[in-house]
Design a protein around this ligand. Structure first.
Ligand code: SUO
Length: 448
């Protein structure tokens, strides 16, 4: 049976905006209140999907979420019609309203943790939608994400969707942004590496001082248990608290893995020597494991954050070598540009770099890797996916047409409470559900 790694990218929503909601994510807070361009953002995302398809990587798409989340606002005591709720919340509590208007579900690396069937005791692909409790705007995502994943991966025979972890900081879970799978071949049991920022139930373990650690060890362990992973094939590693304080809010800002390669910064982990030993012990297979460490003197942590060198997609090409799909910011950061030229000369599996423009997403701290959820599927599992959510040139063109017609090219934070704008966003979402064969998944489609 042949296994392939699919990328399911989040389609940027029509309400994409910069509200400065993510403390600890320097791009998000730095671009607060800047006008956004949802149309361009969504088209940049689709262009990235086209690039991946052209490189031979199967591509899927996950629809955006409905915003504003009116039921969340009602739960905070705002009453009346939806328009009343929106008006009073935006006037009385603008920051809370903006949180309920975020398009943050586009970063599907945070949607869920996914374990492929060869790793799981039940022999199915296991999904746990991430609770994202550390940020209020993101904590509104998990239940819809779970429902959406069930519509995209509907077969109970092949897919298992677990309940979201408890909505408590003790079990803060940010999904695949802190999870990497290393394997000799996609179809053999892999090593699942879970990276956490703090230990919730043991205050003696060092944790960051300035910015929050969004993922706990206890959350990672719970996901590994729920997915039925073999303990000998699971590795846990703590993120270096100092890099979280420097702005590395998820591990995928400082490391990326694929197949038999882990590409990471020297300062990414609290105990790198232990991690290397643990990975080497757990990993097995014909292809040797490559641990590609980027020294701090070659690329500083701050250059890594600015360029998103590690928020690249590391993919296996048809000829067996690997490519990095990197944001154009990597070409503009001198140390990174020099490093990448040097990397191409080294004897590692990474032989190619493709640069892509996702600036609209980058301005909120989301690079190429944040925009995708990786799902390893065999042929039978792939056939059981909702086929309307798999990308082809025809599907990309249809989505582009929809976006050009329904998405605005400029949105300011002041526009977010405008009922005409909200109505336009709902029309766009309604069109998307038809193109992606999702049924009436949004609350506004169910209230008639
Ligand atoms: N993996 C990348 C996630 C980026 C995301 N940014 C945001 O939510 C910013 C939203 C805003 O500030 O408007 C986050 O920090 O979780």
């Amino acid at each position: 049976m042949s296994f392939k790694e699919f990328n399911f990218d989040g389609l940027v929503g029509p309400h994409h905006n910069y509200a400065g909601l993510s403390f600890g994510n320097i791009a998000s807070t730095g671009n607060a209140q800047t006008p956004s361009n949802p149309q361009k953002a969504a088209l940049q995302g689709l262009s990235k999907m086209r690039t991946l398809l052209s490189l031979g990587i199967p591509q899927g798409v996950l629809a955006p979420q409905q915003r504003p989340d009116v039921s969340a606002l009602r739960n905070l005591g705002f009453i009346g019609t939806d328009a009343d709720v929106i008006r009073s919340a935006s006037q009385q509590c603008p920051a809370i309203f903006q949180s309920c208007m975020s398009a943050s579900s586009m970063w599907t690396a945070n949607a869920a943790t996914v374990s492929p069937s060869p790793d799981c005791a039940n022999g199915k692909v296991n999904f746990t939608a991430a609770n994202l409790v550390n940020k209020y705007h993101r904590s509104l995502e998990p239940e819809f994400t779970r429902t959406l994943l069930q519509r995209v991966f509907p077969s109970r025979q092949h897919f298992h969707h677990h309940a979201v972890l408890p909505m408590s900081e003790h079990f803060g879970d940010e999904g695949a942004a802190n999870h990497t799978r290393l394997c000799s071949n996609y179809g053999t049991a892999g090593v699942e590496l879970f990276v956490y920022g703090k230990v919730a139930f043991d205050g003696s373990v060092p944790s960051p001082k300035k910015f929050p650690a969004r993922q706990t060890l206890e959350a990672s362990q719970a996901v590994a248990r729920k997915h039925g992973l073999s303990p000998s094939k699971v590795v846990y590693a703590q993120q270096n608290p100092d890099v979280i304080d420097a702005g590395v809010f998820h591990n995928d800002v400082i490391s990326v893995g694929n197949s038999n390669a882990l590409f990471y910064h020297e300062l990414a982990f609290a105990e790198p020597a232990q991690l290397k030993a643990d990975l080497t012990a757990a990993y097995e297979g014909h292809h040797p494991l490559h641990l590609i460490e980027v020294k701090n003197k070659a690329v500083s942590v701050s250059d890594a954050i600015q360029s998103y060198l590690f928020n690249t997609q590391l993919i296996t090409l048809e000829n067996g070598s690997m490519a990095l799909v990197a944001p154009t910011e990597c070409q503009k950061t001198a140390s990174v540009e020099t490093y990448l030229k040097d990397l191409m000369q080294q004897n590692t599996p990474i032989q190619q770099v493709e640069f892509i423009d996702v600036k609209q997403s980058m301005a909120n701290g989301g690079g190429p890797a944040c925009l995708r959820l990786r799902v390893v599927l065999n042929d039978v599992e792939a056939a059981a996916v909702n086929q309307a959510c798999l990308m082809s040139e025809t599907k990309i063109a249809a989505l582009e047409q929809c976006i050009k017609r329904y998405y605005r090219d400029r949105v300011e934070v002041a526009d977010l409470a405008d009922m005409t704008f909200i109505q336009e966003c709902h029309e766009a979402l309604d069109q998307l559900t038809q193109l992606l064969d999702l049924g009436s998944i949004y609350p506004f489609q169910q209230s008639f």
